[in-house]
Write a protein that binds this ligand. Sequence first.
Ligand SMILES: [Zn+2]
Length: 89
Amino acid sequence: MAGGWAPDGAVQEQIDASVEDAVELARSQLASGESATHCEDCDAVIPEPRRQAIKGVRLCIACQAELEEQQKVTLSSINRRGSKDSQLR
Ligand SMILES: [Zn+2]
């Protein structure tokens, strides 16, 4: 079966490569390195140390804490979703 393995090997290499690409893409989206200067939620200035500590940060400390709190709430009462209207605007 000379030559029979080569195409299969090439296909497997392509699959491996695309999985690696997907991982790389997800990783780059998670930490784009471009930290926001202002919070996407409330427009508060994000302090420089925070921007450097968390690559690709989008939210100020207050909004991040609120988000994490909401996620905890969502987990603990998954069938009772909080309305975004309850947030301070
Ligand atoms: Zn904010």
